[in-house]
Design a binder for this molecule. Sequence first.
Ligand code: FAD
Ligand code: MLT
Ligand code: ZN
Length: 473
Amino acid sequence: MTSPAQLLDQLRQIVGAANVLTDGDLTAWELDWRRRERGRALAVVRPGTTEEVAAVVKACAAAGVSMVPQGGNTGMVVGSTPDASGTQVVLSLTRMNRVRALDAGNLTITVDAGCVLQSLQDECEKAGFLFPLSLASEGSCTIGGNLGTNAGGTQVVRYGNTRELCLGLEVVTAQGEIWNGLTGLRKDNTGYDLRHLFIGSEGTLGVITGATMKLYPMPKAQLTAFAAVPSLEDAVKLLGLAHQHLSSGLTGFEVMGQFALSLVAKHFPQQRVPFWQESPWCVVLENSDNESEAHARDCFERLLEAAMEAGHVTDAVVAESMAQAHALWHIRESIPLAQAEEGLNIKHDISINVSRIPEFVNETNALLLERFPGARLVTYGHLGDGNLHYNVQAPEGDDQARFLNEEEAPMNELVYEVVDRYNGSISAEHGIGSLKADKLAHHKSPVALGLMRSIKQALDPQNLMNPNRVIKA
Ligand code: FAD
Ligand code: MLT
Ligand code: ZN
């Protein structure tokens, strides 16, 4: 049996001593972004190539040591940090950050999994293309993490989530073999589509080391508007009108409740947040146009006029420049950061058919506030995709640790019970990680759970890839 010390020696030989971190401050790899759990790793290992990843996985598998793949460590469900045992190896992919190839004719880019999303977007833009995945964490999250979680973000309404953007994968299996599935093909029906097993598997089936992703032509114009809407019902009506008026030009549609915006105004006073004091809800929407800016503006104006006439919008601004557009988006993207500034919080990343969202929110608000008086509801999210962040902040002045310890479980139960009645999902885009692993059993059918267990058993029979995340042994 290999001892931990012997394994560490082997790992140093594979990736170099400087890339096996065991001492010093490992907070960046051991503490999750939301500061929910602090783990302890046997080591943080930073391979530089796919072959090194394969050798590391083989060595860990031979020693019976479990591994936690990690990208930017921005995940929301405690899935990328080690447990508290001090026995797990964190496999950090961030040194693997090369663009391998850009095929302009095929509209694809092939990259290492550790590429930071923003640098990937920038590379594509430099070459005249759009890579449309867009998240507020894009300055640190990696494409491997985006694929591992099947991340959503703010452009899903038009381009789909990360799964839809991926054509091929390279994966190191739990046995340390390299599967090269880096195809740029848009059609390939040669049996089971293995790529889809690994996408969204949160590091529990293998390590994604490379990916071939779709590119899009840069739109001629991108316009952003910020609108005040009297109710969530009106926001849904506005969404319907936006689909009609803008068709595939509608590339973003986000809703923000008044309290969510008040947190941005409070914690980031340098940002000018329009309408939040007078409107219960606001929407930020984006129109990407392949004709011209004038055409984009014309369509947007007709949409907003129709919406105002019908009473679905009470006031609106359309950005006059890219700088203004960024500022409006920045308000939306600052909500999770403002929530973190306000303190620990409870997140519900849920999806419901868009048409039923207002009814869901009215019903859940009433039940929740009756049971947890004073709880502060931070409701916002990707309304265009039927995905709400139905988050909750402790009552003003309450002890936050007490709030989480005592109220999180019953509050989750209350919210997810309503989600189930509306045939929704308890994780629209953040995944399951450890935070929701126990809940999965209550919200997926026994048949679905059985199939998931069979897949895990077949691909990772030793249960060494991110064990106890997603599906418990
Ligand atoms: P990590 O956090 O490092 O890992 C996440 C999961 O993927 C873990 O289970 C890990 O084991 C696994 N993993 C990581 N790399 C690999 C790999 N190479 N191979 C296999 N598995 C791997 N998410 C959204 O979906 N939409 C949003 O709009 C959104 N907004 C956010 C805003 C903020 C401010 C923050 C902090 C987070 C947000 N997130 C959002 C959550 C997070 O950014 C995403 O889940 C992102 O995809 C995680 O990428 P990462 O590289 O940080 O992955
Ligand atoms: C976002 O859309 O901003 C994040 O996914 C939400 C969150 O942090 O709850
Ligand atoms: Zn989100």
